[in-house]
Design a protein around this ligand. Structure first.
Ligand code: NAP
Ligand code: ZN
Length: 349
């Protein structure tokens, strides 16, 4: 087994501890990654706090992983020692179903293997990226292009691909008005990516606090949603709304902001059900859609697009002892715009 220093949630809602966890010895198709940085996604918080139902503990969260290949299995062809690589939300899939064959592993019929808080097909619990090392099949490691620093690259592996997928699918580009609800980790990537795709981007945030930032990120419109009059004035304004909010929203009000035939793509995953009047989608023949991360080929395409357009996440780097405090700040909407853990600060056992 391969022992590695990690940041561990011992049980739901408890403070993090540091310690050692074990990964399998390398199989033929595995690579060992020296993890350099791991982003903190709000999904980590939902899972550590069991907001999505019961979870597997002890848990090492982290599915926004950037590092360097330290060792390769005998049959590895896609990566070599020293390569800069990233790992996102999946570390396995059946490879045989129509979705896997199509590069949409997130829809794998057998169920794709989550990077942590899941079971691998061999029954082992998966352990994520808040650690110094990770063993993963080469098929689930992405190439991080030169030109993107590893720390700012890490959040692309989840926040980047999760917003890239619906923007591509629903045709964000020149002539399209895109609104992004919630300017957090996913939201700020949605703004950067949509602007780079050529769309006209507006941010819908709760207050005016992030207005200047939104402009810097590439938005040309900004609206504080705490003002009811603003919400009404935005009726029928947007072609695409990307909803990144991790909590309940008055969906009817936001659906009304779509133009006829407009699409609201939801990526935020609150624990409660959506509620909206049927007229809010039927009037205007609007579409209410969801979107789950993205497949491996799309993730590589997104990374290459980011390198080409000089895009990466806007981050605050923290040490291993700051993760609990960072979680509280994310929940309070107080992150500019993604926390990234420098894994060299995890004490060795
Ligand atoms: P985040 O950084 O916390 O950003 C969420 C933003 O939503 C906040 O910055 C805040 O923006 C806004 N917000 C928070 N609470 C709100 C409330 N009560 N009312 C209105 N707005 C509120 O979180 P994230 O990491 O971007 O993740 C967002 C959500 O996406 C989470 O639920 C996460 O689990 C989910 N997710 C889904 C996928 C997928 O595949 N679909 C992948 C990753 C994450 P303002 O301060 O600007 O208002
Ligand atoms: Zn995530």
């Amino acid at each position: 087994m391969i022992s590695t220093a990690a940041i561990i949630a011992p049980r739901a809602g408890a403070a993090f501890e540091t310690g050692t966890v074990e990964h399998r010895d390398l199989r033929d198709d595995d690579i060992l990654i020296d993890v350099k940085f791991a982003g903190i996604c709000h999904s980590d918080i939902h899972q550590v706090r069991e907001e999505w139902g019961s979870a597997i503990f002890p848990m090492v969260p982290g599915h926004e992983i950037a590092g360097v290949v330290a060792k390769v299995g005998d049959g590895v062809t896609k990566h070599k020692v020293g390569d800069r690589v990233g790992v996102g939300c999946m570390v396995g899939s059946c490879g045989e179903c129509e979705y896997c064959k199509n590069g949409e592993e997130q829809f794998c019929v057998k169920g794709s293997v989550p990077t942590y808080n899941g079971k691998d097909y061999d029954g082992e619990d998966t352990l994520g990226g808040y650690a110094q090392q990770l063993v993963v099949s080469e098929d689930f490691a992405l190439r991080i292009p030169e030109g993107i620093e590893l720390d700012a690259a890490a959040p692309l592996l989840c926040a980047g691909i999760t917003t890239w997928s619906p923007l591509k699918r629903w045709g964000a580009g020149p002539g399209k008005k895109v609104a992004v609800i919630g300017l957090g980790g996913l939201g700020h990537m949605a703004v950067k990516l949509a602007a780079a795709m050529g769309a006209e981007v507006s941010v819908l945030s709760r207050t005016d606090a992030k207005k200047d930032d939104a402009e810097q990120l590439g938005a040309t419109g900004y609206h504080a949603t705490s003002d009811e009059e603003t919400l009404k004035a935005l009726r029928a304004s947007f072609d695409i709304i990307i909803n990144t909010v991790s909590a309940d929203l008055p969906m009817g009000t936001y659906l009304a902001m779509l133009k006829p035939l407009g699409v609201m793509a939801n990526v935020g995953l609150p624990s409660n059900n959506y509620e909206f009047p049927p007229g809010a989608v039927i009037g205007g023949s609007r579409v209410i859609a969801g979107s789950a991360i993205g497949g491996i080929p799309a993730t590589q395409e997104m990374l290459d697009f980011c390198a080409e357009h000089g895009i990466a996440a806007t981050i605050e780097t923290i040490g291993a002892d700051e993760v609990d405090a960072a979680y509280d700040r994310v929940v309070a909407g107080d992150v500019r715009y993604r926390f990234v853990i420098d894994t060299s600060t995890i004490p060795s056992a």
